[in-house]
Ligand binder design. Structure first.
Ligand code: PPS
Length: 293
């Protein structure tokens, strides 16, 4: 095991779950005993569900929509995902005066145990699995870190399997929703709800975090977290394959509902629907997922 993986290539399988290679072998265990503070906010999602959007919403709400405070908070919060390399240690040493806003794609079974005792708050965002797939594929294709998934058709096949990077959509989302949807310290939103009612979701999140905002502050949060404002300032650099080196990519791509229609073939769509109907049968989650607006 390398202490600090240099490139974002392949996966790191730990106890049967395919983590990103940025996750070290002992991190899942460490995460379970991670010490929680009462004002902690975890933004948890399956990849490409709107993690960065949700984190930006939380950050803006905590900062009352004040751009200066948001910038300061952005600079002082450790970057990146909780599970990457030693980010969780950085959060351990984080200032006490500010709430920690931590995003992660960790599966439910390695969540810090204290969350189950009602400590901290979890904003869990779900996105319909077809748009998640297309967004995920574009992400992988551009960054070239999983060669076998570079063609859409091979990615599609992998997306249906449980050894997919970050597990498959059903294995990841269903247990979270089924086990925790009625817990007081969890709020479940969907990407599509956030698109359809951005302002309403800002109010729901601020209520959930017990951080009431004025009408004017709500409007500022909506403005600061719109697709265009976020696209103007969000990009991230990745260390790619050695021969390519480091490259910077925009974090935001299209930001729409229904982009899957540009990629799924009719046959893939029929196959996916059959699997979806079988996996989601009788689940409460099915009522929340929409594929178009
Ligand atoms: S990651 O890499 O898993 O953390 O990606 P994640 O942030 O979860 O999801 C990326 C997708 O979210 C879209 N996005 C937004 N949509 C609407 N409004 C805002 N403000 C916004 N911010 C991020 C982003 O464009 C990715 O979706 P696609 O479909 O690829 O455009």
């Amino acid at each position: 095991m390398a202490d600090t993986p240099k490139t974002f290539l392949g996966v790191n399988v730990i106890n049967g779950f395919a983590w990103s290679p940025q996750v070290l072998d002992d991190t899942p265990e460490k995460l379970q005993s991670f010490e929680i503070r009462e004002d902690d906010v975890f933004v948890l999602t399956y990849p490409k569900a709107g993690t960065n959007w949700a984190r930006e919403l939380v950050r803006n709400i905590v900062c009352d929509g004040n751009k200066e405070k948001v910038k300061e908070d952005y600079e002082s919060n450790p970057p990146g995902q909780l599970e990457f390399v030693d980010n969780w240690k950085k959060y351990d040493n984080f200032l006490r005066e500010k709430p920690r806003i931590m995003m992660s794609h960790e599966p439910v079974d390695v969540l810090p145990r204290q969350i189950f005792e009602g400590k901290g708050r979890v904003l869990f965002v779900m996105r319909n699995p077809k748009d998640s797939a297309v967004s995920f594929w574009n992400f992988i294709k551009d960054r070239q870190f999983l060669e076998e998934y570079e063609k859409w058709d091979t990615f599609f096949e992998a997306y249906l399997r449980s050894d997919m990077l970050n597990g498959n959509w059903f294995d990841y989302n269903l247990p979270y929703y089924e086990q925790h949807r009625n817990k007081k310290n969890f709020l479940f939103l969907t990407y599509e709800e956030m698109k359809l009612d951005h302002k309403g979701c800002v109010i729901r999140i601020s209520d959930f975090l017990s951080r009431p905002l004025s009408e004017e502050q709500v409007d500022k949060v909506v403005q600061n977290t719109s697709f265009s404002s976020m696209k103007a300032k969000n990009s991230i650099s990745f260390q790619l394959k050695e021969e390519i080196g480091k490259k910077t990519f925009p974090l935001l791509r299209k930001g729409i509902v229904g982009d899957w229609k540009t990629r799924f073939t009719v046959a893939q769509n029929e196959r996916f629907d059959a699997i979806y109907n079988q996996r989601m049968e009788g689940s409460a989650l099915a009522k929340r997922i929409i594929f178009e607006t």
